[in-house]
Write a protein that binds this ligand. Structure first.
Ligand code: HEM
Ligand code: HEM
Length: 187
């Protein structure tokens, strides 16, 4: 398998970026800062918040790399399936891409305009700025953070359903070494 994709599999780079992103989103969610601002921005939680923000920044950086690479990469053709299913799968993928942008973007803009400086990997801070819409945006961030987890869960369940019940190559084209159940070939 090469760095670029083929008609039947995502390439090494697209696979690596997909799984690293999934891991980082899960980690950011698990360490997410909940509760009132006094708790979120308390000194006791400063290192957890820095970890949460750094994981989230990394998601945003990976998204940029992934979308640029996608312009040059060969994206596998969808295996044979009903039109509605192909449409639902494409809509889910683009909704996930939109959330991979919107979740970190609402957090960064929300925090900055709610009067909190945002540190980039703890190296230096930007902001804060003043604005009335910072706090509602930060709240939207939390909700979108929950939505991306639900949608990713549904997306993962659909991929496993394809593999186990429909026995097509949907899951195997994203998993290194997993054989395609419709041809019996790995890679
Ligand atoms: C994919 C990446 C991210 C995910 C999945 C995520 C998820 C979440 C979730 C679910 C919450 C709400 C927790 C709760 O109320 O129980 C939250 C809160 C928060 N997140 Fe993120 N987040 C991500 C990226 C970021 C980034 C890049 C920043 C950088 C500024 C950030 C800053 C915050 C802050 C400050 C809060 C507290 C919001 C408040 O109520 O004021 N997050 N995040
Ligand atoms: C936060 C977690 C995840 C996010 C944000 C995410 C996002 C995405 C996106 C945006 C695509 C579209 C790729 C493209 O065409 O450019 C994709 C494809 C795919 N994902 Fe995920 N994913 C996540 C987790 C998972 C998990 C846990 C699984 C499996 C158990 C999975 C299985 C797949 C498969 C099989 C494809 C290829 C599907 C196809 O081409 O029809 N993903 N994912």
């Amino acid at each position: 398998m090469s760095l670029s994709g083929s008609t039947t599999r995502f390439g090494r780079l697209a696979q690596a970026l997909h799984w690293l992103t999934a891991l980082l989103v899960l980690a950011a969610f698990l360490v997410s800062a909940g509760g009132p601002p006094e708790r979120v921005y308390s000194t006791a939680r400063a290192s957890t918040l820095l970890l949460h923000e750094s994981l989230g920044f990394s998601v945003l950086c990976l998204l940029v790399i992934r979308l640029v690479w996608r312009l040059f990469d060969r994206i596998p053709d969808a295996p044979a399936m009903p039109g509605w299913m192909e449409l639902a799968s494409k809509a889910t993928h683009w909704a996930l891409y939109a959330l991979l942008f919107a979740v970190p973007a609402t957090a960064i803009i929300g925090a900055l305009f709610d009067g909190h400086p945002v540190t980039i990997y703890g190296l230096g801070a930007i902001g804060p700025f003043s604005g009335a819409w910072g706090a509602p945006l930060a709240e939207i961030h939390g909700t979108l953070g929950d939505i991306i987890m639900w949608l990713a869960g549904l997306h993962a369940a659909a991929a496993i359903f394809h593999h186990v019940f429909l026995r097509d190559r949907v899951l195997s084209q994203m998993v290194p070494g997993l054989p395609d159940p419709s041809s019996g070939q790995g890679g």
